[in-house]
Design a binder for this molecule. Structure first.
Ligand code: ADP
Length: 477
């Protein structure tokens, strides 16, 4: 297996605070999950640096908010161009810190660029709500202030830009904080921002998973845009209450895929496999449990098992690799726990065997005949271990799909699209895809139902969440 491309020097990564690229108060090691070797020493901010970053964002806010939206848009487009110019290097860095195959890393960098460009093209027009001889009432969209952008380790760059781009376009300033196991691409993005935006408009700090609550509870932060686990999201929600901050939470999911009885199992199997295994299952919107009609249960399990057996798992820098490692040791251990449960309570028809050598690798694993109360069915596995469940009555499958505190996404696989639409209407989730998965255009809003989220990202709705709706109500006579 490839090791890293070249060793990084201790000075290769810097925090961005008040327009300056600076060292952290200390450093922490970032591990390449494919090799378990130290990839780089990342700068680690302390509380004083976090406070400096918030102060810099606060003092940069009035001037940034005062610039026309068109100028802010131009600078976002410059950032997209700068990211494009460095995209190969950043994709390689992303593969090394996150583990995903290089093609997927390139796709993520391209996605981050695309999101930035689409959001830069959006506007916040003044809405005239009433216009009569005696009154004029308009709604303005004004920026909020300092936005804290907190991101997880599965899609460090895309999930950063779904926050930073609309925050900046709307006239807010930003303090971004990546996950402790994947800070490097975010720090690179900070370097690009340092060359483009006025000092303090974008600040990037990195931590060892210890500064999140100081950031979300900071009195000078006006809004928190967070993607992460539901457990941490609940803590964030509690910590913003004291100052009634605005909040967007994109949290976990336990998305069901429902396979109707009119599909060809051979045809849908690769699509369902992809929906479950993309990013080695570490996707909030991955298909996490599949409900399959009795009439094709055995056939679909066999097709999924074939695909899992053929999967090429390895270091993401190797051209043949389709699936990288789990991103970190804690997640690897957690998913191994699900594999152990599957061995006891179900039938593993592919995968489930140890992978030799270093790296947090788990082969795509297909599990059939799991009871509905298994942890693998009830909880979010966030890894490449997929339970395939049997149903004979469609209403029963829908009820089982909905019997969860989560409500992020779902997929319906069907030939009769009208029937699929009827099923989609009955699923309690923010998004339902029919015969496709993870189609997330930046101009279409995305948000979770139930405990999968709060608020919306992307689309005009997502942009407006970075603003205050301000009513100006004028008597004309
Ligand atoms: P996981 O549990 O999968 O590691 P988390 O949801 O805990 O993921 O982490 C997502 C992001 O939230 C990371 O950037 C992490 O550092 C940050 N974070 C962790 N704890 C808190 C907290 N109490 N408040 C705010 N952010 C936090």
């Amino acid at each position: 297996m490839n090791a890293q491309l070249k060793p990084f020097a201790a000075t290769d990564f810097r925090l961005l605070i008040g327009g300056q690229l600076v060292s952290g108060a200390s450093t922490f090691d970032v591990i390449n999950p494919a090799t378990e070797q130290v990839l780089a020493a990342a700068p680690r901010a302390d509380l004083a640096q976090l406070n400096l970053a918030v102060a810099a964002a606060k003092s940069a806010f009035p001037a940034w908010a005062g610039r026309p939206l068109a100028e802010r848009s131009q600078l976002l487009l410059k950032l997209a161009d700068a990211l494009a110019a460095r995209s190969e290097e950043i994709a390689h860095l992303l593969t090394q810190e996150q583990g995903k195959p290089l093609a997927a890393a390139r796709f993520e960098v391209g996605g981050a660029i695309g999101i930035t460009r689409v959001i830069a093209g959006m506007e916040l027009p003044v809405k005239v709500l009433q216009e009569t001889a005696s009154t004029r009432i308009v709604q303005q969209r004004t920026p909020l202030g300092v936005v804290a952008a907190i991101t997880p380790w599965n899609f460090p760059l895309i999930l950063l830009m779904t926050k930073v781009a609309p925050a900046l376009l709307a006239g807010n300033t930003v303090v971004a904080k990546p996950a402790a196991t994947t800070p490097l691409t975010t720090l690179r993005l900070g370097e690009l921002c340092a060359q483009i935006f006025p000092a303090g408009v974008v600040n990037v700090i990195a931590d060892a998973n210890d500064l999140g609550s100081a950031l979300t509870s900071h009195p000078d932060v006006a809004k928190v845009a967070f993607t992460g686990s539901t457990a941490t999201g609940k803590k964030v929600m509690a910590s913003v209450a004291a100052t009634v901050k605005r909040l967007t939470l994109e949290l976990g999911g336990n998305d069901a895929a429902i396979v109707l009885d009119d599909v060809d199992p051979k045809e849908v199997a690769p699509k369902i496999f992809h929906a479950a295994m993309i990013n080695s299952g570490q996707v909030c919107l991955a298909a996490k449990r599949v409900y399959v009609h009795d009439s094709m249960y055995d056939a679909l399990c066999a097709e999924l098992a074939k695909l899992a057996d053929a999967a090429v798992v390895g270091n993401g820098l190797d051209a043949a690799t389709q699936f990288g490692p789990l991103q970190n040791k804690a997640q690897y251990d957690k998913v191994q726990g699900f594999v152990a449960e599957a061995r006891q309570r179900g039938t593993i028809v592919a995968g489930g065997t140890p992978v030799a050598g270093p790296g947090y690798f788990i082969r795509p694993t297909i599990v059939r005949d799991m009871p509905e109360d298994a942890r693998l069915v009830r909880e979010e596995q966030f890894g490449p271990v997929l339970p395939v469940l049997r149903y004979s009555n469609l209403d029963d499958a829908i009820a089982r799909a909905n019997a969860t505190e989560y409500g992020l996404g779902a997929t319906i696989w069907a030939t009769d699209l009208n029937r699929a639409y009827e099923v989609a209407l009955k699923i309690d989730s923010g998004t339902v895809w029919v015969n496709k998965h993870l189609d997330l255009p930046p101009d279409v809003p995305m948000g979770g139902a139930k405990q999968s989220g709060f608020g919306t990202e992307m689309g005009q709705d997502g942009l407006e969440e970075f603003t205050q709706a301000k009513i100006i109500n004028i008597a004309r006579s």
